[in-house]
Design a protein around this ligand. Structure first.
Ligand code: ADP
Ligand code: ADP
Length: 234
């Protein structure tokens, strides 16, 4: 069944030079347990799609449904609850540089009010999972790009989200490190059954881990289906 459903979703922006349609009549489902790739060139509407799914923005028209929640129908307090069910990882990692690796992973647990003992246990477990237990007390600037993204993944998993959104998560990494990070995301998907949406302009990333792919162009989904089928029919 679908964890996320977009029904005829459009998002316009009114700018000084006129109306921009960032997302144009998109209908799309993210199935429970799958890795969906969303690929497209810069300006295709991918980031807007991410902000619509994680409830940072509402559509101009259409419906966005996450789990049982129709986002346009929810008050702000409920939107915050939905955001809490979605983990995010980013191109620039977005780590707190003043905090240690453990402190970064502990942060969302602290915000969620998880007590110190439970927090420490979860942080250790997560750092072990991403292979960075020995870096718990290091600061982000002491880490390689790939290690930083592994911290980002551990932090995103800390609150046990239902959905992980990876927004150009490997775009700042070299090919070898990209492969490691993608393999880790695949493990997250396999071992926890976590649903993942990978947003990228890199076809190789999609080929490497996605089950299905949606191709965006000028705000529209121009093609979607199994990765093999979509990429086999240019
Ligand atoms: P992508 O992530 O694929 O690069 P975006 O979703 O960032 O695409 O942008 C899609 C289009 O919408 C672009 O033309 C962009 O300039 C425009 N856009 C995105 N956000 C805004 C905004 N807040 N205000 C005005 N235009 C925007
Ligand atoms: P800061 O937020 O200032 O970076 P710390 O990194 O010292 O603070 O600690 C943040 C959280 O991570 C605390 O709950 C701390 O107990 C926990 N923590 C620190 N080191 C470890 C570790 N090696 N394994 C698991 N948890 C740790």
């Amino acid at each position: 069944s679908a964890l996320v459903r977009l029904e005829n979703v459009s998002r316009h922006y009114d700018t000084l030079s006129g109306r921009v349609t960032a997302v144009d009549d998109v209908s799309l489902e993210v199935e429970e347990g799958e890795i969906l790739g969303v690929i497209g060139y810069s300006g295709a509407g991918k980031s807007t799609l991410v902000r619509l799914i994680n409830a940072l923005e509402l559509p101009s028209s259409g419906r966005v449904i996450v789990g049982d929640d129709e986002l346009t129908a929810l008050p702000e307090r409920e939107l915050r609850r939905v955001r809490g069910q979605i983990g995010m990882i980013f191109q620039q990692f977005n780590l707190f540089h003043s905090r240690t690796v453990a402190g970064n992973v502990a942060y969302p647990l602290r915000v969620a009010g998880v007590g110190a003992a439970e927090r420490d246990r979860r942080v250790a477990e997560l750092l072990d999972f991403v292979g960075l237990l020995d870096k718990a007390h290091a600061h982000p600037e002491q880490l390689s790009g790939g290690q930083k993204q592994r911290v980002g993944i551990a932090r995103a998993l800390a609150t046990q989200p239902r959905l992980l959104l990876a927004d150009e998560a490997t775009s700042a990494l070299d090919p070898e490190t990209t492969a490691d990070v993608l393999a880790l995301l695949k493990r997250v998907n396999r071992e926890f059954g976590l649903t993942i949406v990978v947003i990228t302009h890199e076809m190789e990333a999609i080929r490497a881990i996605a089950d299905r792919v949606a191709v965006m162009d000028s705000g529209r989904v121009v093609e979607h289906g199994d990765v093999y089928d979509v990429f086999a029919n240019p």
